[in-house]
Design a protein around this ligand. Structure first.
Ligand code: FES
Ligand SMILES: [Fe+2]
Length: 435
């Protein structure tokens, strides 16, 4: 499949039908790598992960390993984590601190700003044949931050990050910019591999609120979800901007479930930081789950970590990094307001690790479904039949919704998935997604 027009047939936005091939076909995967992941803005790291000069973390963008490093000059940069001599993986730890970076193979050394500073047996090179000034680490084409979230792109044409995020900034601020200090990561991210196509994960995080009572039925049976399966169907599905989508759901009418459930002492800070429109939305909702196109998802949810603990909120961001047509590497961060108390940090951490991440009771259910979906969509016969994404597509938009973008009433529906796949199709077919 080399003709990009073929990709257009894989997504029927009007009818809500998606080809199974997008979840398993190696040619689709190759096109995604080239047309999407080497062009879009992709999340790399949060600034609070590399607070000091010399701090670095290793991440991935498209198929390549990326080094995000805080230079001695205070600038955070991103480079291909590959030595200019034989291409050796320069930093082999997930994270660390280094005054300089020494290649483990032959010892070429680089500064924290990426310059080549020394070469083993330098005197053996002819002076015209070792231009150190042009042998520094290979920088990402663009690196920009939004509220501490560092994104990178291999394309010079991708517009500024603020324009790329568009109206999604309004909703992101409700999660990561709602107090004066903003948020910071709690510990290193959890990182694991799932045998799924990455889009089954984003599909789940673009608006699939209706899987809760089946995929997580055993948790519902234990009484850890509200007894009425329709009680989480309220709220809105929102297309903030192009493929950036989310859903937002109110909780029970009790004060604890307002303001996404965050502690009472943080609520005046929220009122004083957000716009009245944003603060009112935060006040009226308990859950917010969505995806920054293409593969940065977030969830602000209230969960019971066990049968005896009260529902406790947490905020997590995660990257779904494709590593093959049917494999995905996940990084998942817990984030918390910088102003949060030690007690709240402990409670939110416990709620998060008991429910999400590789050992979490919810995440295990989800991963099993995504892996089986992936396996079942590989077969040539299966691929003759489209998948159904048609729930509530006929419901008209909610013109009175008090936020930017397009909103639809109710949180059970597949409108936001269709918005995501429509944008995915436009990137794969190289239609200009920014007009
Ligand atoms: S590969 Fe890095 S010094 Fe040789
Ligand atoms: Fe789930």
């Amino acid at each position: 499949m080399t003709d990009t027009t073929d990709f257009a047939a894989l997504v029927d936005e009007e009818g809500g039908r998606i080809s199974r091939r997008i979840y398993a076909d190696p040619q689709v995967y190759d096109a995604e790598q080239e047309n999407l992941f080497r062009r879009a803005w992709c999340f790399l790291a949060h600034e609070s992960e590399v607070p000091n000069p010399g701090d670095y973390v290793e991440r991935q963008l498209a198929s390549e390993r990326i080094l995000v490093i805080h230079g001695k000059d205070g600038v955070i940069r991103a480079f291909l984590n590959s030595c200019r001599h034989r291409g050796m993986r320069l930093c082999r730890a997930d994270k660390g601190n280094a005054t300089f970076l020494r290649c483990p193979y032959h010892g070429w050394s680089y500064s924290s700003e990426g310059e080549l500073i020394s070469v083993f047996a330098e005197e053996l090179y002819h002076q015209d044949n070792l231009d150190k000034a042009n042998l520094g680490l290979i920088p990402l084409t663009q690196v920009q931050s939004y509220k501490g979230f560092i994104f990178g792109s291999w394309s010079a044409e991708t517009p500024a990050l603020d324009d790329y995020l568009g109206n999604m900034r309004f909703y992101l601020d409700m999660l990561v910019g709602r107090t004066p200090g903003g948020v910071e990561v709690v510990g290193p991210p959890q990182c694991w591999e799932v045998h799924t196509n990455w889009k089954f994960a984003t599909d789940n995080f673009t608006g699939d609120n209706f899987h809760l009572y089946t995929a997580h039925g055993s948790i519902a049976e234990l009484g850890m979800l509200p007894p009425d399966p329709m009680s989480l169907s309220f709220g809105n599905l929102i297309q903030a901007h192009k493929g950036h989508v989310l859903h937002i759901v109110p909780g029970p009418p009790i004060p604890q479930a307002q303001y996404f459930g965050v502690p009472m002492e943080l609520r005046p800070l929220i009122e004083g930081t957000l716009s009245p429109q944003q603060a009112a939305l935060v006040k009226d909702h308990a859950f917010c789950v969505g995806t920054v196109f293409p593969n940065l998802s977030f969830m602000q949810v209230m969960v019971q970590g066990d049968l005896h603990s009260p529902p406790t909120p947490f905020l997590s961001f995660r990257i779904w990094q494709p590593t093959g047509p049917t494999t995905t590497k996940v990084w998942s961060w817990l984030m918390v307001e910088k102003e949060a108390s030690p007690e709240y940090r402990k409670a939110t951490y416990e709620a998060y690790v008991r429910t999400f991440g590789p050992s979490g009771i919810f995440e295990q259910d989800d991963m099993e479904n995504w892996e089986e979906c992936t396996r079942m969509n590989i077969g040539a016969v299966a691929q003759r039949y489209n998948l159904h994404h048609g729930m509530a597509l006929h419901v008209p938009a909610d013109r009175d919704f008090p936020g930017p973008g397009n909103a639809w009433p109710g949180s059970y529906g597949e409108r936001t998935q269709i918005c995501f796949y429509g944008e995915w199709k436009r990137w794969l077919t190289m239609e200009e997604p920014w007009v």
